[in-house]
Design a protein around this ligand. Sequence first.
Ligand SMILES: [Mg+2]
Length: 94
Amino acid sequence: MTYKYTTESLCKQAVETWGKDSQLMKLLEEMSELQKEIIKNISFGKDNLNEIAEETADVLIMLERLIYIYDMSDKVNEQAAFKVNRVKGYLGIK
Ligand SMILES: [Mg+2]
């Protein structure tokens, strides 16, 4: 599994073009769209895997922009490693 879709230069250009606040609002918008598709799938049994995949891609791309905006790649990697290891502990995985 790979979750790196954009480059730092693309993030930089996007933020310079549309602004930091607009990019953060776009992330919230995309997360909301993904939530709606998941709700449609679970609560209403909708066959919408394509829509879920599309909105997941949108969210992943905008999360990378969030990480760029706050320059927190190291912190996020550190937290992710900690949390994945914790889950491994819960599941008894070494
Ligand atoms: Mg979207």
